[in-house]
Design a binder for this molecule. Structure first.
Ligand SMILES: *[C@@H]1O[C@H](CO)[C@@H](O)[C@H](O)[C@H]1NC(C)=O
Ligand SMILES: *[C@@H]1O[C@H](CO)[C@@H](O)[C@H](O)[C@H]1NC(C)=O
Ligand SMILES: *[C@@H]1O[C@H](CO)[C@@H](O)[C@H](O)[C@H]1NC(C)=O
Ligand SMILES: *[C@@H]1O[C@H](CO)[C@@H](O)[C@H](O)[C@H]1NC(C)=O
Length: 966
């Protein structure tokens, strides 16, 4: 019992840079450090790409960069007038810092994850194994998994600068050995070497032993919340929760915030942590290439085009329409910034679904969709939700997914899993349903088998999922499908935002208002409902138009099946608009537009304890409890948020949040006593930027995905997020019953448990858990997950553990993300040996264009290496050719031959092996006054102080090539 209490309150004992927020207004958090490093490194990559393409890049790269400025500078169109959405970049950075912050919760007591207790080797192993996993994920284009691992790795790296005496030793540069597994960790204070003396009068400024500093020995503070014991003479971390710091030598050395024992060095440590994070990002950049690196950072403006398509016999018209509309989008946008960042296709039928195609190559997608044929099926429902599940886990967060089907789902049991996935990815799912029957009952065909057609109740499943995600359920005849697919074209436009969305089920006449602001372009409203539905639109200037006019002063609209699509004419009519809908059947209204002003949000939960910070909350908030959101406004640095509301889109309930600005356009929003229900997040604000003219323009945005509350709490914690192929991990989880947001100690009951993973890996879990009397309202159990030995390193796995009450009226879930990573044994970087170079460069630079110089190097990956995978020119604009030859010992040698004009007399090559170890190698053509020809010089490799320095010289006639390992 004691242990349970302690473990539950552990997250409070944060002992690192503050994860997300700094409430002293003064300290740098892991969130700040990560964001600064990501923005600077991303800007550097964009600068280098611009230089190589001969484009201007005027952005100054320093810590004043904002997400919006980097995104704009990186956009190759680069024009300040183009519509730029930073939602994806923001979301990706947020995923990195949330996973960074989670280390303080998931690994609160692991000294290696924080470089406590002088665990330098252990901490370095976590970093280098994690970096290998990130590279493996990028190779498989699993960018989401890559970001989660990267965030986690950065936490440990950043903590080194706060928890060790690296800063106190006077170092001005990052400790590079922490990201280089092939370098020894040197000058570590031995286990018996005393490192600290007691602080005097609470002042710890001078507590590191002078001998330690003189000898340049590295140490870190001991930390323990249970016991005060530590090796004799060792430094502590310090702070009220660290018991070891109460023991002689008392006090600590941490630089976590300005109030820490060595708080005066906090900013120095944080600045170094930024540079160290950049160094790690640079290593990943070189290993993965600039383009993939930018994708890992989430620097993409365009969304993915994602189709999930039923391929049974009756679907051939639908398939051709999906083909037509996707080809049209591809052909119009290819090569532009609006080209979809990736294409995803998942076919399904019965008994199969998949495989998933995810590609950045439009031609591959075209080819796959061309090969879809409608066949088989007939009278059976199809595996629609299984196909959708694949798409939801592969697509980046906040994607829009289009599902084409004319059949009921056979796998309706996946509904709650799909809903959980929708909530956690915030992806929008729109269904294109053809030939839904008007009646509730399915006809029986002459043969006595039921035809494929969907009844109203079958369609309701799709409507519910559409609604939960903020998508639509569009129901048309096959012949009208082409009129409805304009919604797909609309969603592929740049910077689409949702202004307002509501569902009325059951239907009733109602009036809705929404705010049109000056930044909105091309506003479109969608109304789905029965053919008898009528509406009336009134603009802010009092102009009106009724649904009897398909083209009028405010809108022109088209009707296809249950969908009316209105193109709004909002010119000079900013302000409050109203739409009145008259219908007694269910209907939905959605108003969108294009604008760079939008917001992202994530549920976060507070930890009690020393600093009181927050981490990402996955799963549903508790009914009747408090909920907190971290909200980030995108697209404008001049926006003021005035109101964030949770409102029940089907009823009158609204909960207003209290706002607290936490910097960089981020707000912590707290809602108290959120009742049971389904809520949408609506944000209102004012934009005082010049684009909205002199008047302050009010705006509103709504997040499409709904937030549901639950009275069940499901928490799960894995002790590792990387799993080796062929191994099984156990994940303990706890199901708790709550009322009004707190544990209901006296509640009892049994819960259905479902554990699903998106890879269909073998997994075992109890099918029910029981909260017994006297158990304090809790039940504990374990899920196991086995990764097959054949799984590829870098594969991501998402495990969802759901618990549902006996009446099946309430569900909650926990989401865990893993990546498969094999143990990396090749830790050495590729080796480069200059073989020869030829041709002299003339001494007169005016003649350089007419001469060429050449550089030849042998590249090997050592005897135990995984082999060279890529050689790229990092500097120089000459031509590189590579060929492979067998070396004397049977090893593979890659021969790199670089030739360039004498006007550019240096080259740097990046050599990457199959697991992403990076070596760089450079050469320079120099004029020599010596006319003596020389044969190839021997290559000497010396090892000094842990930094492998292989220096090779090669002289050939008058060219000297020098080679330097970096
Ligand atoms: C910020 O830190 C400085 C010293 O680094 C201190 O003097 C100042 O009082 C701090 N301000 C706040 C608001 O804590
Ligand atoms: C970090 O790197 C930048 C740019 O390379 C440099 O100007 C700055 O001094 C470095 N900061 C620290 C604390 O080393
Ligand atoms: C909608 O507005 C009209 C006109 O202002 C009003 O007559 C009607 O009662 C309103 N309907 C509802 C449901 O509020
Ligand atoms: C709005 O739509 C028109 C065509 O319908 C298009 O030319 C224009 O580029 C769109 N505006 C924006 C900001 O994308």
């Amino acid at each position: 019992m004691f242990l349970v209490v302690v473990v539950l309150s552990l997250p409070g004992f944060i002992h690192s840079f503050q994860p997300l927020f700094s409430f002293d207004g003064n300290s740098t958090t892991h969130r700040d450090i990560t964001q600064r490093a990501v923005l600077r490194k991303t800007a550097e990559v964009c600068r280098d790409i611009a230089a190589s393409e001969g484009r201007d890049f005027s952005l100054t790269i320093d810590d004043s960069l904002t997400v919006a400025r980097v995104q704009r500078a990186c956009s190759s169109a680069g024009t300040s007038t183009s519509l730029v959405s930073t939602v994806m970049f923001r979301t990706s950075i947020a995923n990195m810092y949330f996973s960074n912050a989670k280390v303080d919760v998931a690994f609160a007591l692991s000294e290696e994850h924080h470089f406590d207790d002088e665990t330098f080797q252990g901490g370095r192993d976590i970093i280098t194994a994690g970096v290998s996993a990130v590279k493996a994920s990028v190779k498989l284009e699993s960018f989401i998994a890559g970001r989660w691992t990267l965030g986690r790795v950065c936490h440990t790296l950043q903590d080194f600068y706060s928890h060790s005496n690296w800063v106190e030793l006077g170092n001005k540069a990052p400790y590079s050995a922490l990201i280089r597994p092939d370098q020894p960790l040197e000058n570590l204070a031995g286990p018996n070497t005393p490192t600290c003396r007691s602080c005097t009068g609470g002042n710890c400024a001078d507590n590191l032993l002078p001998e330690l500093l003189q000898q340049g020995l590295l140490t870190s503070g001991y930390f323990n919340i249970f016991s005060s014991s530590k090796p004799a003479g060792k430094c502590s971390h310090g702070g009220s929760f660290d018991k070891t710091s109460k023991q002689d030598p008392v006090g600590g050395i941490s630089k976590d915030d300005t109030g820490s024992s060595h708080g005066s060095l906090h900013h120095k440590a944080a600045d170094l942590a930024v540079n160290a994070t950049m160094e790690l990002l640079e290593d990943i950049r070189v290993a993965t290439g600039d383009k993939n690196f930018l994708r890992l950072m989430g620097l993409s403006q365009s969304s993915v085009l994602c189709f999930v398509i039923d391929t049974t016999g009756s679907m051939s018209d639908d398939i051709s329409e999906a083909k037509r509309v996707s080809f049209d989008i591809i052909d119009r946008k290819r090569g532009t910034e609006q080209e979809p960042s990736a294409y995803i296709l998942v076919p399904f039928n019965d008994p199969g679904f998949g495989p998933l195609t995810m590609t950045t190559n439009a031609d591959v997608f075209k080819d796959r969709i061309n090969k879809l044929t409608a066949s088989g099926g007939g009278d059976i429902p199809e595996l629609c939700l299984s196909g959708l599940q694949l798409a939801l886990t592969a697509a980046p967060p906040s994607s829009e997914i289009f599902v084409f089907t004319d059949a009921p789902a056979k796998d309706a049991h996946l509904k709650s899993t799909i809903t959980a996935l929708i909530e956690s990815t915030k992806s929008v799912v729109t269904f294109m349903l053809t030939d839904v029957l008007a009646s509730r009952r399915r006809r029986r065909s002459l043969q006595g088998t039921s035809p494929r057609s969907m009844s109203q109740s079958d369609a309701q499943l799709y409507r519910d999922l559409a609604r939960a995600s903020g998508g639509q359920s569009i129901e048309v005849t096959k012949s009208d499908l082409s009129l409805a697919t304009s919604v797909i074209e609309d969603s592929s436009a740049s910077a689409v935002v949702t202004v307002f969305q509501v569902v009325r089920n059951p239907g009733r006449p109602d009036n809705f208002t929404f705010t049109v602001d000056g930044s909105l372009r091309n506003m479109t409203a969608y109304i789905t409902g029965a053919p008898s539905l009528t509406f009336n639109l009134t603009s802010s200037k009092g102009v009106s138009q009724s649904s009897s006019q398909s083209s009028g002063p405010l809108a022109s609209f088209t009707t296809a099946g249950n969908l009316r699509r209105l193109s709004l004419n909002t010119d000079n009519q900013t302000g409050s608009w109203e739409i009145s809908v008259a219908s007694s059947s269910p209907y939905s209204v959605k108003v969108t537009g294009q604008s760079s002003v939008n917001f992202i949000y994530n549920l976060v939960e507070a930890h009690e304890g020393a600093h009181g910070d927050f981490s990402l909350k996955e799963g549903r908030p508790l009914s009747g409890g408090n909920a907190s959101l971290l909200v980030s406004v995108t697209g404008s640095d001049t926006v003021k948020v005035t109101e964030v509301t949770l409102f029940d889109s089907s009823g009158p309930t609204e909960v207003n949040g209290s706002l607290q600005a936490v910097g960089s356009g981020n707000f912590l929003v707290t809602f108290s006593g959120v009742p049971a229900g389904d809520f949408a997040v609506r944000l209102r604000g004012e934009d005082s930027s010049s684009s909205s003219r002199s008047t302050q323009s009010g705006f509103q945005r709504q997040a499409p995905t709904q937030i549901k509350t639950s009275s069940i709490s499901v928490t799960a914690q894995a002790n590792n997020s990387n799993i080796e192929p062929g191994s099984t991990i156990s994940i303990p989880f706890t199901v708790t019953t709550t009322s009004n947001g707190v544990v209901n100690n006296s509640a009892t009951g049994s819960f259905t448990v479902r554990a699903n993973n998106d890879r269909s890996y073998p997994s075992a879990s109890p099918s029910t858990v029981t909260v017994a009397a006297g158990s304090g309202g809790k039940a504990n159990a374990t899920v196991t997950l086995t990764v097959p030995a054949s799984a590829t390193s870098g594969t991501d796995v998402t495990l969802t553990i759901e618990a549902e009450n006996a009446a099946a009226t309430d569900t909650n879930y926990a989401v865990l993300r893993f990546s498969v990573s094999s143990k990396v044994t090749d830790i050495s970087r590729p080796v480069c040996q200059v073989v020869s170079s030829s041709t002299s460069c003339p001494s007169s630079s005016s003649l350089c264009a007419s001469s060429q110089w050449k550089f030849v190097a042998n590249l090997t990956d050592g005897i135990n290496g995984t082999g060279i995978e890529s050689v790229t020119v990092r500097q120089g604009n000459g031509t590189l050719n590579t060929s492979t030859v067998d070396g004397a010992g049977g090893e593979n040698i890659t021969v790199a031959t670089y030739s360039a004009s004498c006007c550019a007399q240096s080259v740097e090559l990046a050599v990457v092996d199959r697991v992403g170890n990076v070596g760089t190698c450079g050469g320079q053509a120099r004029e020599s006054t010596t006319a003596t020809p020389a044969t190839t010089a021997a290559v000497s490799t010396t090892s000094t102080g842990g930094h492998t320095l292989g220096i090779s010289y090669c002289l050939w006639i008058s060219v000297a090539v020098s080679l330097l390992w970096k």
